[in-house]
Design a protein around this ligand. Structure first.
Ligand code: UT7
Length: 348
């Protein structure tokens, strides 16, 4: 990839939704034994947004999606596919059809995809396949997470990190303009849309970061026992996840750039999962790129899990730091373990 036999898949609209209530590091110091002096230098986070209890992940996802559709000038009924990347669905059977209903996207098939903080990247990669095969023409990928509902608010090692948010992109297959890489030697054409995809999983590291269910055995009838789920809060081995991230992420970015035939310096914006500013800085150093090219919204929003990549991208597009024709890399990493990198050129 890209191949001149596949349709170009373009990213044509973006949106983000952040709830208003804001929790500052100083507020957290009233809940657990922590301080701005500990959190800020170690993570780059100053505050995070918290979804009010009367709103749902579907509300947040629909808000981001509506913005993305407006920017793309795509009507909800033109959508063929909706993917909702979330690890915090209120309904474990899936919430994507509720987003479809809220948008009025009556033609679209909608389903959830769970890959923690890599969810958005895996969902964009999945949607791209549907568009490249020609089965569908337009897709909406939404990543929405409300980790505030799943953290243990007495555990200072995790509750200071996470915030709530959603981000969405609209993807469009362009069968007329196929991905072209120098198809005519005299007139090399600029590559458009999604240019390369690299995805990885390593389940041997699953215990490092988990949002698990406990199974409690209960007698049912006679000697028959049945297991019953009970939700557990997030657990994380921060140090080990940190080591994994600073090793695995630069490597997968380099592989995706190599596959796209693009140098690290040619990229205007790196949109890397927002877990820790030190991880973002280490990645910039390892790739030998200006840290200014690595987007960061950590200070304001903390770690919004799967939503962090499109939130960072939406932030740069809104500020005019990234726009049509620019080359970008979106990178997710986290629980699973999962990680992935997609090289793209933004816009129609
Ligand atoms: O989105 C999924 C991907 N997640 C990540 O990529 C997270 C990666 N990991 C990290 O970002 C960092 O490991 C953390 C920010 C989570 C933690 O930073 P650290 O420098 O690795 O701290 P640590 O876990 O080694 O803890 C150092 C000390 C400990 O005290 P002792 O044992 O040295 O006495 C902790 O108990 O800091 C203590 N500590 C805190 N102190 C005040 C841990 N959390 C806090 C806190 N406030 N919130």
């Amino acid at each position: 990839m890209p191949s001149d036999s596949l349709p170009t898949v373009r990213l044509v609209g973006i949106g983000a939704a952040l709830p208003n209530p804001c929790l500052h590091n100083d507020d957290l110091s009233q809940i657990v034994e922590t301080s701005d002096e500990w959190i800020w230098p170690r993570t780059g986070i100053r505050e995070r947004r918290i979804l009010p209890p009367q709103l749902s992940v579907v509300d947040l996802a629909s808000q981001a999606a509506t913005q993305a559709l407006a920017q793309a000038q795509v009507h909800p009924q033109e959508l063929d596919l909706i993917l909702l990347a979330t690890s915090t669905s209120a309904d474990r059977f899936g919430s994507a059809p509720q987003v479809q209903a809220a948008l009025g996207a009556t033609r679209a098939v909608a389903f959830d995809l769970t890959a923690a903080c890599t969810g958005f990247v895996f969902a964009v990669a999945t949607a791209t396949q549907f568009l490249q095969t020609g089965l569908y023409r337009r897709a909406l990928v939404v990543a929405a997470d409300v980790l505030s509902r799943t953290v243990d608010w007495t555990d200072r090692t995790t509750c200071v990190l996470f915030g709530d948010g959603a981000g969405a992109v609209v993807l469009e297959a362009d069968t007329a303009g196929r991905s072209e890489v120098g198809t005519r030697a005299s007139m090399p054409q600029v590559q458009q849309g999604i240019l390369s995809i690299e995805l990885r999983s390593d389940g041997t590291g699953s215990e490092l970061l988990s949002l698990g269910m406990e199974t409690e055995a209960r007698p049912l009838v006679g000697s028959l026992e049945v297991g019953q789920y009970r939700c557990r809060p997030i657990t994380m081995n921060g140090r080990e996840v940190y080591k994994f991230a600073v090793n695995a992420v630069p490597e997968i970015i380099e592989k995706s750039l190599f596959r796209a035939g693009i140098s690290a310096e040619a990229v205007q914006g790196y949109f890397v999962h927002q877990a820790n500013q030190r991880i973002l800085d280490a990645i910039a150093k390892r790739l030998e790129v200006d840290p200014e090219r690595v987007a960061s919204v950590l200070e304001r929003y903390g770690n919004t899990s799967g939503a962090s990549v499109p939130i960072a991208l939406a932030d740069w597009i809104e500020k005019g730091r990234f726009g049509p024709g620019d080359l970008g890399v979106m990178v997710g990493f986290g629980a699973g373990l999962t990680w992935g990198s997609i090289v793209f050129r933004w816009g129609k």
